[in-house]
Design a protein around this ligand. Structure first.
Ligand SMILES: *Cc1c(COP(=O)(O)O)cnc(C)c1O
Length: 389
């Protein structure tokens, strides 16, 4: 249990989601991994312990979660963090001052803020490019490029990058490829199998799945990079508490089931929105109108639960829709069982306002939950109606 190295398993994803990382507690037989709410561990002799000495370094509940995360992403190692941003920050410590990072220009606003407003002050150089355009990605690579950072699908424009091609390009340039897999989750996409070196997650979203915990993770295969990141996890200390690890672990058990329903509902919602005259454009990888629909089908096992759309009436109309939905709660975040609605420009992406990454003010982002699709469509219909009044 102390070694996060995952067992090579022949189980299907749905079964792994239920069982990965979980084994009956050796002390009591408890079927669910206990919340080891302890900071320290009794040593049997000076410096002799049973794999755990201090909970910043290792905690059994966290170890179980790390094993589960590694298994689901098909990686050898996983490290859990206090948030997605903590995972991202720790990973970026592999890049040294003077080195260069190529980053997709449509990434999570907080990622852009960390790179542009914090890490750039420590001598890291960043280029932000449209990573769905492989030629633009290639052009941005330099001799000093150490890392390529992608989200696919991106947030909030749901653009895709061909992960295999991007990995090949990064590796030819002597750089690593990191993929923020938060939007797809390992149920729909496994970047390590496609050549990525690191998968990063905000486990706050689909992995946790119930909007009740904030967490993050890094999953990888390379042993040397793992040893360094494990050292950094302990040295920096942005670790999750055992209760939070338990919540993510519990959420993971239903990941496959939830993602199935998220995808089915999102398809219904996207098709419905495409027929609405007050909606100028619907952005969803599951629609044939999505410019990368083919890549989505090839790279992902489902289109995901995120749907973005642009109101014909611009920001004013978007604000009415966001205010008037009842079942879709007006809130930031995503990936929970309940449906959420938000306007990226003034909310999640306020940190990129005025930058080249700024998004359309009439853009609405939905995190489609697992309620009955009929109820979701009725709710959107009445809100769109009000936007036309
Ligand atoms: C939420 C999110 C993050 C940041 O994760 P936190 O857990 O909020 O720190 C990073 N990337 C994506 C795609 C996200 O949605």
């Amino acid at each position: 249990m102390t070694d996060p190295q995952s067992p090579i398993s022949t189980l299907k994803f749905e079964s792994l989601a239920v069982h990965a990382g979980t084994q009956a507690d050796p002390g009591t037989g408890a079927v669910m991994t206990p919340i080891y709410q302890t900071s320290t561990y009794a040593q049997v002799d000076v410096g002799v312990h049973r794999g755990f000495e201090y909970s910043r370094t290792d905690n059994p509940t966290r170890s179980a979660l790390q094993t589960a995360l590694a298994t689901l992403e098909g990686g050898r190692y996983a490290l859990a963090f206090a948030s997605g941003m903590a995972a991202t920050d720790t990973l970026l410590r592999l890049v040294k001052p003077g080195e260069h990072v190529v980053c997709g220009n449509d990434v999570y606003g907080g990622t852009y803020r960390l790179f542009d407003k914090v890490l750039a002050e420590y001598g890291l150089e960043f280029s932000f490019v449209d990573a769905s355009d492989l030629q633009a990605l290639q052009m941005a690579l330099r001799a000093e490029t150490r890392l390529v950072w992608l989200e696919t699908p991106t947030n909030p424009l749901l653009r895709l990058t061909d992960i295999s091609m991007a990995a090949e390009m990064a590796h030819r340039a002597g750089a690593w490829l990191a993929v923020d897999n938060t939007f797809a989750s390992p149920a729909l996409q496994q970047p390590l199998a496609l050549g990525a070196d690191f998968v990063v997650h905000s486990t706050t979203k689909y992995l946790g799945g119930h909007s009740d915990v904030v967490g993050g993770a890094i999953v990888l295969n390379d042993e040397a990079a793992y040893e360094r990141l494990k050292f950094l996890q302990n040295a920096i200390g942005a670790v999750p508490g055992p209760q939070d690890c338990f919540l993510v672990l519990r959420g993971i058990k239903t990941l496959a089931l939830r993602m199935e329903r998220h995808c089915i509902n999102a398809v219904r919602v996207a098709n419905f929105l495409e027929e609405q005259p007050r909606v100028a454009q619907v952005i969803f990888p599951g629609l044939v109108s999505h410019p990368q629909h083919g890549l989505a089908q090839q790279q992902m096992r489902g289109p995901g639960g995120m749907v973005s759309f642009i109101m014909a009436g611009g920001e004013a109309a978007a604000r009415v829709v966001a205010r008037e939905t009842r079942l879709f709660t007006l809130a930031e975040s995503l990936g929970g069982v309940e449906s959420l609605i938000e306007l990226p420009a003034p909310m999640t992406h306020a940190s990129v306002a005025g930058s080249p990454l700024a998004v359309d003010a009439g853009l609405v982002r939905l995190s489609v939950g697992i309620e009955h699709a009929d109820d979701l469509l009725s709710d959107l219909a009445q809100a769109l109606q009000k936007a036309g009044e």
